[in-house]
Write a protein that binds this ligand. Structure first.
Ligand code: ADP
Length: 351
């Protein structure tokens, strides 16, 4: 029996409460198979020891089910999570998140840069807040676009966050809790990011920010489909990802590649949204300057839902530049409504 078979079996074990498996979460330190004996070493970061016990139990079950395995040894080392990273106060809930107080973490991914991922993230955050206001829903926005953080500009807030103890206090504007690399770096000094540094920074952002109670945390991922994105999605316990693309083939191809990478790490793709789909002309007709159908075909290729089209509209750009997303300034406009429609579909999926 091969090592691969052991790894394959391990990748069927889900992290409790998540659709992602323990391999993609990086919990498996080593896995060996020798003369009928499978030895697996796991490293679990949690302050809830029952979580580690559940994972051990699940691993033993899948390995014992393999025909050629006669004996199973599972060693679990537990890193006690920092206070801020402790599980929620409802550890028995199946939707438990390992980030304290946060129910759903959703990544916004695009593949290609400049397709409007940050614009989409900022507007979606405001739209989700507005939709959930009556039920007291709290929304957070984490800008992980470390190469060009534009969320501070689009959300109209840019100052140094305060530190309390070992935690960063997120800033807040338009009723959204916001954290961005842009708050911490000096605009004049470009930062050269390397793999381990990215991962460490993101981990700190996730676990050392005092998010408080958040229903949905949107994460604006950096563009691209390389190591940076991979280490990000492996660091963050994601409920799923939304893919944002323009209709143009140049964007859809990269979006598709990015989405496939996410799928490989078992991040469910919740849907595809198309930005810059058309311009509305003064006579009311629409001009599809970047072509048509790219978002729908990307969704079809991924076997996921197409969530909607966002027009290319000067009001969206101006609102972003002024620091108040169009969903806040003109919620009745057709542009804002396009974001609200997508937000409602996402909310439906999450509930
Ligand atoms: P990304 O995060 O993918 O790099 P941005 O959100 O920064 O993209 O958008 C790139 C530029 O396009 C910004 O100047 C933004 O204001 C503009 N933009 C994005 N979406 C739209 C839209 N639907 N209509 C008009 N301008 C848009």
């Amino acid at each position: 029996m091969s090592q691969e078979a052991i790894n394959k079996a391990l990748s069927t074990v889900k992290y409790p409460g998540f659709s992602r498996d323990i391999v993609s979460f990086g919990l498996v330190r080593s896995a060996e198979f020798n003369e009928g004996k499978a030895i697996v070493n796991l490293n679990v970061t949690t302050s809830d020891h029952s979580m580690a016990a559940r994972i051990r139990n699940d691993v033993e079950t899948v390995l014992n089910a393999l025909e050629e395995v006669n004996e199973v040894e599972v060693n679990v080392s537990i890193n006690t999570a920092k206070k801020a990273a402790a599980p929620t106060s409802t550890p028995s809930s199946p939707d438990q998140s390992p980030i304290k107080g946060i129910k759903n973490v959703i990544a916004i991914a695009s593949g290609k840069g400049g397709v409007g991922k940050s614009t989409f993230s900022a507007n979606l955050a405001c739209a989700l807040k507005a939709i959930g206001q009556s039920s007291g829903k709290r929304i957070g926005l984490l800008d992980c676009d470390i190469y060009g953080p534009s969320i501070p500009l689009m959300m109209g807030i840019n100052k140094r966050p305060e530190i309390e103890g070992e935690s960063i206090v997120p800033l807040e504007n338009h009723g959204i809790k916001i954290m961005s690399m842009g708050f911490l770096i000096d605009e004049e000094t470009p930062v050269i990011w390397r793999g381990p540094m990215i991962q460490k920074t993101i981990q700190q952002f996730i676990h050392n920010v005092m998010w408080g109670e958040i229903d949905t945390l949107l994460i604006d991922l950096p563009p691209g489909t390389g190591d940076a994105q991979l280490s990000l999605v492996q660091t963050i316990p994601l409920k799923g990802a939304l893919i944002i693309t323009t209709p143009q083939a140049a964007a859809t191809q990269v979006a598709l590649r990015g989405a496939k990478m996410l799928e490989k790490t078992n991040v469910p793709i919740l849907g595809v949204a198309e930005n810059m789909s058309f311009i509305e002309l003064p006579d009311g007709s629409r001009s599809a300057i970047f072509g048509e159908g790219g978002g729908q075909s990307t969704a079809d290729d991924l076997g996921t839902d197409f969530l909607g089209k966002i027009p290319l509209d000067v009001s969206i750009r101006e609102a972003g530049d002024s620091g108040i997303p169009v969903t806040e300034t003109s919620p009745e406009s057709s542009s804002a409504k396009a974001f609200f429609e997508i937000a409602s579909k996402l909310e439906e999926k999450l509930s």
